[in-house]
Design a binder for this molecule. Sequence first.
Ligand code: AMP
Length: 444
Amino acid sequence: MTFATLGLIEPLLRALETLGYQTPTPVQAQAIPAVLAGRDLMAAAQTGTGKTAGFALPLLQLLTMEGPKVAANSARALILCPTRELAEQVHASVAEYAQHLPLTTYAVYGGVSINPQMMKLRKGVDILVATPGRLIDLFRQNALKLNQLQTLVLDEADRMLDLGFSEELANIYRMLPKKRQTLLFSATFSDDIRLLAGQMLNDPLSIEVSPRNVAANTVKQWVVPVDKKRKPELFVHLMRKGRWKQVLVFAKTRNGVDALVDKLQGLGINADGIHGDKPQATRQRALDRFKTSEVQILVATDVAARGLDIEDLPLVVNFDLPIVAEDYIHRIGRTGRAGNTGEAISLVCADEVNMLSAIEMLTRQTLTRKMEADFEPEHRVPDTDASGQVVKKPKKPKKPKASGGGGKRNLGKWVDSGDVAPAEPSIKPVRKVPVFNTGPSKKK
Ligand code: AMP
């Protein structure tokens, strides 16, 4: 199959040729004809599957074929993204695909001044990429009208809900024209996403593609059990031992990112961090320097890393496991792309065992554990497997202490292993649900 057989027009084919795309990915093969035919879409696909081109190419074609110019302060197609990084990345891709078309594209997001965005929207844009909050601000300030909107794309819809944008989405829904085409992309389909899809979509075509990296098994994944407090030390040890050159490291929180970057920089290691608290320009600079290998170690939160498009990353390290199991797939999707092999190493401490179990259940595999000499944890990480069970090994039965007197051994009852308290009594029972974040938060 080729892009030409999917019915794409010549200016798009020319752009794809320049970009070196030869064969449509599975999500593109399914989405492109459906979108061209005007269908609504509910697609289970995530970063790395080629989903952006899957919706952007037919969207650009439809807008080109229809011809009429966009009105002032209007947009004909809207792509909603959860984060600035993703909005920027999607916009960059759309602009590349549109390079030979007479269409205008633009991205708007928060964290930067709204005025230039308002100015830019005056003439109207054919395709607007936006984060939900900034879109609403622009709408309320009359900088944007949506009555000319004909297509809405919800990109990474699950992430938008995770980030607490459900109210914003409900508001946007009320701003939209009733007659429109809607395309929803999500890595996962929770009940909330299905509810959203039920409201927003009209007789959608469902498409599902498995995450490329997990399915293709091109990523070598393993876990190193370690005590929480020794993680930074272990990271540096592994880095030196493995002579790591370019590593993307994931930490759970903004503070975690800062603490690790400080620690590494203190040791003279060329590290930088990105998270939601840092200004957009700083994040972009860190990313650019990482891409050109000026920065060796880039530490990121899941949210900040969304949309980072770094080709051929050899190694991803989970300094902390993600709170949401699906994020593990997103994280390791940064490596082993396009048939290359990659490595994903997770440093796991005892209180992350439930997260590990949820990841193994979601990815249907038991991750190999490799103990690192001198870093064996004092707080044991209980065994886990893909069934979602945390196996709590009983303590080795101890001989009861001799009660003294005459050097005689107390041959009292050996403790039956079934009666013994689990080795990690602090570990809560594992939940069967792979996602275990407790509530929405705007930022991480
Ligand atoms: P996405 O899943 O949309 O984030 O795309 C992941 C990466 O795959 C991006 O770097 C795209 O440029 C690239 N890509 C998308 N479609 C194709 C294709 N058909 N052939 C080669 N590369 C592609």
